[in-house]
Design a protein around this ligand. Structure first.
Ligand code: C5P
Length: 220
């Protein structure tokens, strides 16, 4: 079976993570949610009372990041996401997280188990030679509604307008930053999930993956 690498990029809340974990199960791949790296840096900065503007300190934290730092449920908190987005504009922070991500992708070469990585710049910067790139997107309004539902299910009270504002702010920051701005690679399959249910999203993504890796084995 071919060694598979799938990259999934897209804005916050478009459904990258859900799609990536399904594809990992279907094709038996290792999965790295690269947003967790930026979130783990943000989390350690908060713990050490380092502010987002302290660029050199952010770089130091990023350079000393360990795999264990990713196993922390608090990384998913909204406040961590915002700080993660602020420090992700620093080129030296991005550079020091680059190798971590590339090493993860290569790791399976020895056991032929490929990987799926999801984030913002995986197809363009981290793994530009990956044969199978997917860019997942959805309107800001749809993403805000999904996020609101998720939070309500967790029993967290939230306001739609605040979430929408937050999503728009993060989009603008991710799209307009100088280094690795969020945009699809030329050879990426653009998957707009605004009007699709999760099963349709998975179905469409699998059609593309099977096209790129005709020998891929799917789990029943
Ligand atoms: O995807 P998630 O919301 O967990 O990512 C948090 C933040 O980390 C994003 O808003 C983005 O600014 C940054 N990020 C990035 N590049 C990645 C993954 C995440 O800049 N590959």
């Amino acid at each position: 079976m071919a060694f598979m690498i799938i990259t999934i990029d897209g804005p916050a809340g478009a459904g990258k993570g859900t799609l990536a974990s399904h594809l990992a199960k279907i094709y038996n791949l290792r999965h790295l949610d690269t947003g967790l790296l930026y979130r783990a840096v943000a989390f350690r900065m908060l713990q050490a009372s380092i502010k987002a503007v302290e660029r050199q300190e952010a770089f130091k934290v990023a350079s000393s990041l360990k795999r264990e730092d990713l196993d922390n449920p608090s990384l998913r908190d909204e406040s961590i996401g915002n700080l993660a987005s602020e420090i992700s504009v620093y080129p030296e922070v991005r550079e020091s997280l680059l190798k971590f991500q590339q090493d993860f992708a290569k790791e399976g070469l020895s056991d032929t188990r490929g990987a799926v990585l999801d984030g913002r710049d995986i197809g363009l910067v981290v793994l530009p030679d990956a044969p199978c790139k997917i860019f997942v997107t959805a309107s800001a309004e749809v993403r805000a509604k999904r996020r609101l539902k998720e939070l309500h299910e967790k029993g967290i009270d939230s306001i739609y307008e605040t979430i929408l504002e937050d999503i728009k702010m993060r989009d603008a920051r991710d799209r307009n930053r100088e280094v690795s701005p969020l945009r699809p690679a030329d050879d990426a399959f653009i998957l707009d999930t605004s009007e699709l249910g999760i099963n349709e999203v998975i179905e469409k993504a699998c059609l593309f993956v099977d096209l790129k890796y005709p020998q891929a084995k799917k789990k029943a």
